[in-house]
Design a protein around this ligand. Structure first.
Ligand code: PDD
Length: 287
């Protein structure tokens, strides 16, 4: 990212190189903060309301009030996107509990939140590669029990992701007590006998915005959709496996733990839903 590009920090727009926070920021010391990643196509924010609602739910879960109104966020994020009307961007938003006077585990009674936002290009080449199908491995979900919060404490997620990368795979599908929860940075779906299955929302997974849209579009397309637990056994015998996220959209998994998933290529149901997803995106571009 160019250091000349403007970012937003605590009410100001300034070049990245000039954006500074205190070393006493609780986000830095304790990962005491939450974030969002919002895609924007041709300058238009995708599912903004849903992302802002989730931001406020994450804040509430860590005992913080909303730091701004939705309208204020919308103005800020749109201003950041002004120079990028021709490209697809991913907008990063982070809110922490701000800097204390010293390092203290206890939550401060009063605080000035740190509010940060920036954007960076979504790499469409990598989306095209992803559409050919990715490889994944399964790993034990070693993370904490509050994975529904979009917390900046991502050490568990990044170490799991790295284990997948070390094995030349794109993602890790996480298993807790014999059931798939989600990917290290994505939600999981399987297709079995044309039925689309994804784990129900719980404290063990992030309520993904892409997950919800994929369910919505699949139901509209007349696909049988079920939210229920997916056992490890079922995962390995699935006809199709998909992983979804805002920046990677719907990734067809064609290989799991070095074994082919289904026919070892992106499946028919994926083709159908991915095409509806693209159409949905294109409509937004034209608005
Ligand atoms: N992560 N689960 C986890 C653990 C994630 O980190 C993400 C996305 C998702 C998918 O959520 P959504 O569809 O709302 O993007 C599920 C983002 C993209 C990130 O951390 O960069």
């Amino acid at each position: 990212m160019s250091s000349q590009l403007n970012v937003f920090l605590n009410g100001e727009f300034l070049p990245l190189a000039d954006a500074k926070i205190s070393v006493l920021d609780r986000g830095f010391l304790f990962a005491d903060g939450v974030y969002e990643v919002i895609p924007a196509y041709a300058g238009k924010l995708f599912r903004l309301q849903q992302h802002l609602d989730r931001l406020n739910s994450s804040l509430a879960a860590i005992r913080m009030q909303p730091v701004m109104t939705d309208l204020q966020w919308s103005k800020i994020l749109n201003k950041l996107l002004e120079p990028h009307a021709q490209s697809d961007q991913s907008v990063y938003v982070q809110v922490t509990r701000g800097a204390g006077v010293n390092r203290n585990h206890q939550l401060p009674e009063q605080y000035e939140p740190t509010m940060f936002a920036m954007c960076q290009p979504i790499v469409t080449d990598s989306l095209d590669t992803i559409a050919n199908g990715i490889s994944a491995i399964t790993l034990d979900d070693i993370r904490w029990d509050w994975c529904h919060i979009k917390s900046v404490a991502l050490l568990g997620n990044i170490l799991l992701k790295q284990q997948a990368c070390d094995q030349h795979c794109t993602e890790a599908i996480l298993l807790r007590d014999g059931f798939a929860t989600e990917g290290s940075a994505s939600n999981v779906f399987i297709v079995n006998n044309k039925r689309l299955i994804t784990p129900p929302k719980s404290h063990h997974l992030l309520p993904g915005i892409t997950r919800d849209l994929v369910l919505e579009l699949s139901m509209q397309a007349g696909i049988d959709c079920v939210e229920r637990e997916i056992s490890e056994l079922e995962l390995f015998s699935a006809d199709e496996i998909w992983l979804t996220s805002s920046t990677k959209e719907i990734m067809p998994v064609i290989e799991l733990n070095r074994q082919a998933v289904g026919k070892g290529q992106p499946g028919d149901v994926w083709q159908q839903v991915a095409s509806h997803y693209s159409q949905f995106k294109e409509q937004l571009r034209l608005l």
